[in-house]
Write a protein that binds this ligand. Structure first.
Ligand code: ADP
Length: 165
């Protein structure tokens, strides 16, 4: 069985992430989307909230499961016996960062964890979680960037005054 992990911050999940998830779910028998619990990053949504958003968005994809992890991806992947990490590439600016992570993970895992890159669908090339948050913070329109139920949750965060990010 071919399994893969799609790790990321997903703060929050965007239509760009969902596009990568849908495409990767067709390439692998099992895809685990996993939220990185990165205490260093000041997140808008808690890990539990991000997991629940991803679960809702992927509920019709039977071979996709959602999880979270902290620490090194290589350790998490070894525990799960998964040998492929999926990442998305938008522009050249992503490339250097992603190349570094991919090389480091292969080295740290002694070759056990490799990375597969999916290039972004053109309509999502400029879409990031950060831009969603910036636009929402100024009450701009994010309806083309995230699913409707996510847009509601994002606006709620900014209206409730808990603007951590
Ligand atoms: P991280 O903080 O780990 O970069 P993100 O949640 O920002 O996590 O992104 C997770 C992965 O999804 C990264 O590989 C990123 O390049 C990719 N990604 C993010 N947005 C898009 C998009 N619009 N199209 C394709 N890939 C994307």
């Amino acid at each position: 069985m071919k399994s893969a992990i799609y790790p990321g911050s997903f703060d929050p999940m965007t239509l760009g992430h969902l596009d990568v998830i849908k495409r990767a779910s067709k390439m692998f028998d099992q895809l685990t989307v996993s939220v990185l619990d990165n205490k260093a990053k000041n997140a808008l949504f808690s890990v539990e909230e991000r997991v629940s958003i991803l679960k809702e968005a992927t509920k019709d994809l039977p071979n996709v499961s959602v999880d979270s992890f902290s620490g090194l991806l290589v350790d998490y992947a070894r525990q799960k016996d998964i040998h492929v990490s999926v990442r998305g590439l938008r522009a050249v600016t992503d490339f250097e960062y992603e190349l570094q992570i991919a090389q480091t993970n292969r080295k740290l895992s002694n070759g056990a964890l490799d990375t597969v890159f999916l290039t972004t669908s053109l309509e999502y090339a400029y879409l990031s979680s950060s831009s969603v948050k910036e636009i929402a913070a100024f009450h701009g329109d994010i309806s083309q960037l995230v699913p409707d139920f996510v847009a509601k949750l994002v606006y709620k965060k900014y209206n409730s005054g808990s603007m951590e990010d």
